[in-house]
Design a protein around this ligand. Structure first.
Ligand code: ATP
Length: 315
């Protein structure tokens, strides 16, 4: 049922107003998510992000407009087939406390009637792929937050979906664990040619892990584009506000500008090169592809970054 050339997902003038509400949670939303992309959905609290996820996963229905998944309209008749090919990863993991890691992952297969030996073999393989080989018999209470989320990802992928929705999947985790989970999602997305939709209120997650970004504001699409282009040249006030909130609040000398880069490492060679160019590091954080660095650089000073720099976004 997939049309290879079609986007993974399109919303066309979608509106959804919750019962008893006067303002729509999503209002006339039109959006297209390319197949194989890692698309971030970002916006302030109440912008409509969770509503968007609930509509895609078939838990809510639009009052107006159309949703297409894999080139097919999402209707009551097609919903089950689409749900079967869509994986969901949640902020609070949603694991069943009385089941082991293995039996949390086998659950979606049980619901589909996959025989026990087969579903346990698939779940074991999936747990191995997310780095939890050997922990199959642990209960959720015996796992760290990052490990629980790995179980959640294994459960989402065990049915071999082509679309994965990660709804605030790293929001409950510390920065280092969060970077590990994002790296895992990135690796899995590439290996399996998944379309990955990352819903987040954290701009750093968008910066670290997405190819495209849609900025929602009060139920509408404020801005959409390739992530680098949107972050370099934000057009909407909400995007600018999100960028400002993320920018480190550090004093700069009058001749300095702040720049952001993602580097594979901060080895001696890179540090020496930055220092030779008069750049000073004002903040560095773990990033799924290396290190996320904010630099104060001299105005007009051309900064030559290492060939291996992953991305360079001026700020
Ligand atoms: N079940 C509901 N009943 C009534 N109104 C709701 C319901 N769920 C969400 N809303 C309202 O719809 C709007 C969009 O909410 P939504 O949860 O989609 O936003 P969000 O961007 O995910 O926010 P957050 O980042 O805080 O989770 C908000 O005004 C919210 O109050």
């Amino acid at each position: 049922m997939t049309h290879p050339a079609s986007p993974a997902l399109t919303f066309t003038r979608v509106r959804r107003t919750y019962p008893g509400q006067t303002q729509p949670a999503l209002n006339d939303l039109t959006l297209s998510v390319p197949r194989g992309s890692r698309t971030g959905i970002i916006g302030r609290s109440g912008a409509g992000k969770s509503t968007l996820v609930r509509l895609i996963s078939g838990l809510e229905h639009p009052d107006a407009g159309q949703i297409h998944l894999r080139g097919e309209p999402l209707t009551p008749a097609t919903r089950a087939a689409h749900q079967a090919r869509t994986g969901l990863v949640f902020q609070h993991f949603n694991l069943l406390a009385q089941r082991t890691a293995l039996h949390n992952v086998t659950l979606p297969l049980e619901l589909r009637g996959v025989p026990r030996a087969r579903r346990e073999a698939l779940a074991r393989e999936q747990l191995r792929l997310v780095g939890l080989g050997g922990l199959e018999d642990r209960y959720p209470a015996q796992l760290s937050g990052g490990q629980k989320q790995r179980v959640g990802i294994a459960r989402a992928l065990v049915t071999d979906p082509d679309l994965l929705l990660a709804d605030e999947a790293t929001s409950a985790l510390d920065p280092e664990t969060s970077a590990g989970i994002l790296k895992l999602l990135l690796d899995l997305q590439r290996e399996r040619d998944l379309t990955l939709l990352i819903v987040t209120h954290q701009l750093e997650v968008v910066r670290a892990a997405t190819t495209h970004v849609a900025v929602l504001d009060r139920g509408q699409l404020a801005e959409y584009g390739e992530t680098g282009a949107v972050l370099r040249n934000p057009r909407h006030e909400v995007t600018r506000a999100l960028l400002d909130a993320h920018r480190p609040q550090v004093p700069l000398a009058t001749h300095e500008t702040l720049r952001h880069l993602t580097l594979p490492d901060l080895g001696a060679g890179t540090l020496a090169s930055l220092s030779r160019q008069g750049a000073r590091i004002v903040q560095a954080e773990a990033h799924p592809l290396g290190v996320d660095v904010w630099l104060a650089v001299p105005h007009g000073g051309h900064l030559t970054v290492p060939d291996t720099a992953v991305s360079g976004v001026s700020a």
